[in-house]
Ligand binder design. Structure first.
Ligand code: NAD
Length: 489
C-alpha cells in the first residue's frame, strides 16, 4: 500500500483535518494508495505559501537561464525514474504500461522544451515615435497560478502546466484529479530534488468542489489553468470572475475524423481505431465521430469491426494488453448509459455496446470497444462527449456535406481528414473549426506546437510558445531620456 502526503511550502504534510482518501486500481478495484483529502483551509495555506514565494520576488527574479536549468533537471529526473512513474500511472489509470512509458517520454520532452526556451524571449525594444526616448516591452510572470488537472492523462496534463509556469517565474498550487493523484505527488518529489525553492510549487489533494473551488475563487490567485470537462470549465470561468483572474481552459472534444474514398484505405482504418480506442477512448481529442464517404462506407465499417473485435482487453501490466479498463464504476455507468441512449435514438450496433464477458475482466471497469452505425448529426450520441471506447459513424456524399457534418458541434478541439487529394485536404482544413487538424494522421501532438480548442473546447493554448505566454504578463516601459515640462496647466 502506497501512503502519500501533499506538498505545501516545502513540507510534506497531511490534510489539516487528517481526512484521507483511498485510491482504487480500476483493473481490480483494489485499494492501491491512501492520500490526504484536503479542503478549503489546506488550499488557503498553500495559496498563502505561493503568494509569499511570489511576492518575496526570489523566484521571479532568478535568471531565466537558471530557472531553465532547474526545469531541465526535472526532465532528467523524470527520465531517471521513468519506469517507476509509468507503472504508477498505469496502476492509477488502468492504461497499459507501454502507453504510460510513452507518456513519460512526452512529459520529459515537455519539461525539456520549456527549459530550452526559458531564456529565449526577454522582450523587445520597439521604435519609439518620441525623440530621445526608449520604448521597451518586457515579459513578467503573471503571479500565483492555480492549476487543476483531469484523470485521463494525469501527469501529462500536469506537465503542460508546471513547466511553462515555472520557467516564466510564477509560483503555483496544483490540484490533480482526486482519482489519480499518484504520479503528480511523485513529480513534486522530483521538483523538490531538482531544487525548486520552497513555496514556489505546492500540491493540494482533494475534491473539485472544495480545493478546486477555493483555487478558482481565492483573491490571491492571479491565474487559473484548468483541464477537464466543459461543465466544470463553465463553473470555473464564473468563479474566476471574482477578481478577473486570467483563465486558460482546455475542455472536451467530440472530434470528427473525415475519410474520403481516395484515402489510403488500410492506413485510414488502422488510424481510425487508434484515434478512438487508445486509452479506452478517454482522450479529449479522440476521433469519436467517424465521417466516411458513402462509396466506401460499408467496406470501411466491416474492415473496422473486424479489427475492433480483435482488440485485447486486460491488465495494463500484461504485455499483450491493448486496451485497459475505464477509470471508475461511475464512468463505466456513464459510458454504458450514453451508448444505450444512442441505440434508443436509432444507432445500429456494429459491435460492442456491452461489457466484455471474460471472467478475468469482471472486477475491472471494462467496456467493449463499440462501433455505432446509422448515426446522424442530430443524435445526442453524436453531439455529446462520451469519453469512452465508442465510435459513431456518419456518411457523406460531397465534400461540402462532409465539412458541414464535421463542423456541426459545440466543440472545436481537433479533427482529421484522410485523402490523397492534397488540394481537397487543404480546402477541408481551411474550413474545419478546430484548434488542431491532422491531414492523413490523428492524435499526434508535440511540445513545440500549440494545443487548445475553438468554440466551447476552451480558451487559450497550452504547449508551444503560446503555452508559455499564458503565464506571462506584458509590460510596456517608456523611458524619457530628455524630460520636459508640458505646461498645459
Ligand atoms: P472534470 O471536469 O470532472 O474534472 C477535472 C478537474 O476539475 C478535477 O481535478 C476535478 O476535481 C476538478 N473540479 C471538479 N469540479 C470543480 C469545481 N467546481 N471547481 C474547480 N475544480 C473542479 O473532468 P475529468 O472527468 O477529470 O476529465 C475528463 C474531461 O477532461 C473530458 O471532458 C476531457 O475532454 C477533458 N480533457 C480535455 C483535455 C484538453 O486538452 N482539452 C485534455 C484532457 C482531458
Amino acid at each position: 500500500m502506497i501512503i502519500k502526503k501533499q506538498y505545501i511550502d516545502g513540507e510534506w504534510v497531511d490534510s489539516i483535518s487528517n481526512k484521507t482518501r483511498e485510491i482504487i486500481n480500476p483493473f481490480n478495484q483494489e485499494v492501491i494508495a491512501t492520500v490526504p483529502e484536503s479542503d478549503e483551509s489546506d488550499t488557503q495555506k498553500a495559496i498563502a505559501a505561493a503568494r509569499n514565494a511570489f511576492d518575496n520576488g526570489t523566484w521571479a527574479t532568478t535568471p531565466a537561464t537558471e530557472r531553465g536549468q532547474i526545469v531541465s533537471k526535472i526532465a532528467d529526473l523524470i527520465e531517471r525514474d521513468k519506469e517507476e512513474l509509468a507503472e504508477l500511472e498505469s496502476l492509477d489509470t488502468g492504461k497499459t504500461v507501454e502507453e504510460s512509458r510513452g507518456d513519460m517520454d512526452d512529459i520529459a520532452g515537455v519539461f525539456r522544451y520549456y527549459a530550452q526556451i526559458a531564456d529565449k524571449d526577454g522582450g523587445e525594444i520597439i521604435d519609439s515615435p518620441i525623440p530621445n526616448s526608449i520604448s521597451k516591452v518586457v515579459k513578467e510572470p503573471v503571479g500565483v497560478c492555480g492549476q487543476i488537472t483531469p484523470w485521463n492523462y494525469p501527469l501529462l496534463q500536469a506537465s503542460w502546466k508546471l513547466a511553462p509556469a515555472l520557467v516564466t517565474g510564477n509560483t503555483l498550487i496544483m490540484k490533480p484529479s482526486e482519482i489519480t493523484p499518484l504520479t503528480s505527488v511523485k513529480v513534486f518529489e522530483l521538483m523538490e530534488e531538482a531544487g525548486v525553492p520552497a513555496g514556489v510549487v505546492n500540491l493540494v489533494l482533494g475534491a473539485g468542489n472544495t480545493v478546486g473551488a477555493e483555487l478558482s475563487t481565492n483573491l490571491d490567485v492571479d491565474l487559473i489553468s484548468f483541464t477537464g470537462g466543459i461543465e466544470t470549465g463553465k463553473k470555473i470561468m464564473q468563479a474566476a470572475s471574482v477578481n478577473v483572474k486570467k483563465i486558460a481552459l482546455e475542455l472536451g472534444g467530440k472530434n470528427p475524423n473525415v475519410v474520403f474514398a481516395d484515402a489510403d484505405f488500410e492506413i485510414a482504418v488502422d488510424q481510425a481505431m487508434n484515434a478512438v480506442f487508445f486509452h479506452a477512448g478517454q482522450i479529449c481529442s479522440a476521433g469519436t465521430r467517424l465521417i466516411v464517404e458513402e462509396s466506401i462506407h460499408d467496406e470501411f465499417v466491416s474492415a473496422l469491426v473486424k479489427r475492433v473485435n480483435n482488440i485485447k482487453m486486460g491488465s495494463g501490466f500484461d504485455e499483450d494488453t491493448q486496451m485497459g479498463p475505464l477509470i471508475s464504476q461511475e464512468h463505466l455507468t456513464k459510458v454504458a448509459n450514453y451508448v444505450e441512449a444512442g441505440i434508443k435514438e436509432g444507432a445500429t450496433v456494429a459491435t460492442g455496446a456491452k461489457r466484455p464477458e471474460a471472467a478475468e475482466l469482471q472486477k475491472g471497469f471494462f467496456y467493449s470497444p463499440t462501433v455505432l452505425t446509422n448515426c446522424t448529426t442530430d443524435m445526442k450520441v453524436v453531439q455529446n462527449e462520451g469519453f469512452g471506447p465508442v465510435i459513431t459513424v456518419e456518411k457523406f456524399q460531397t465534400e461540402e456535406e462532409a465539412m458541414k457534418l464535421a463542423n456541426d458541434s459545440i466543440y472545436g478541439l481537433a479533427g482529421g481528414v484522410w485523402s490523397k487529394d492534397i488540394a481537397k485536404a487543404e480546402r477541408c482544413v481551411a474550413k474545419m473549426r478546430m484548434g488542431t487538424v491532422w491531414i492523413n494522421d490523428f492524435n499526434l501532438y508535440f511540445p513545440h506546437a500549440p494545443w487548445g480548442g475553438f468554440k466551447q473546447s476552451g480558451i487559450g493554448r497550452e504547449l508551444g510558445k503560446l503555452g508559455l505566454e499564458e503565464y506571462q504578463e506584458t509590460k510596456h516601459v517608456f523611458h524619457n531620456l530628455k524630460p520636459e515640462a508640458i505646461n498645459w496647466f
